[in-house]
Design a protein around this ligand. Structure first.
Ligand code: CTP
Ligand code: MG
Length: 161
């Protein structure tokens, strides 16, 4: 799952270093609410994609048998990014302002989307069982919370969740 985590985490760090990031929805609204909001930017998209691909390439080099092909790792990255964007789209439709916590959707939406995308070519990975899937989701939620608290302590994020 590492490429998905990296794709999801990189924008938080990279976008901070950009002066004026460019919102992907170009500031447009739909039925009075932003399409995606200021938390989804072009810089975030590109850095997430690049960092995720770099992670996937590294794993392909270090442990080539991890994936059933590089395209599987690439789909993890694409799925994580699309899942994150879809999550923001849903949050805006529900009236949640940018950055407001949406438990479960925030922590697990991107990872479920990543796994679904990575299963498109060769079906679900062999390691997936109800128990291992539950473990991945639980660990992801814990990791998400842990990295958010760390980013908050490092003053990279202004909320701990
Ligand atoms: N980010 C970005 N572009 C992306 C994804 C993330 O610029 N495609 C950056 C933004 O600075 C964002 C931060 O990473 O604030 C954290 O991402 P996330 O928690 O997904 O965004 P939120 O600000 O919480 O916005 P939303 O309510 O839409 O989830
Ligand atoms: Mg958030």
């Amino acid at each position: 799952m590492l490429p998905a985590y990296v794709a999801n985490g990189a924008p938080v760090v990279v976008v901070r270093m950009v002066g004026h990031p460019h919102p992907l929805d170009l500031g447009r609204s739909w039925h009075g609410r932003r399409l995606l909001g200021d938390g989804k930017t072009a810089e975030g998209l590109v850095s997430g994609l690049a960092a995720g691909i770099l992670a996937a390439l590294s794993i392909a080099l270090i442990a080539p048998s991890t994936y059933r092909g590089f395209e599987e790792a690439f789909l993890l990255v694409v799925g994580a990014i699309l899942g994150d964007l879809a999550g923001s789209f849903v949050k805006r439709r529900l009236g949640y302002p940018r950055g407001k916590s949406a438990p479960v959707l925030d922590q697990l939406g991107f990872i479920i989307a990543a796994l679904a995308a990575a299963s498109v070519l060769y079906g679900p990975p062999g390691w997936i069982t109800p128990l291992s899937l539950a473990a991945v989701l639980l660990l992801t939620a814990a990791l998400h919370l842990g990295t958010n608290v760390l980013a908050y302590l490092l003053k990279i994020k202004d909320r701990w969740y």
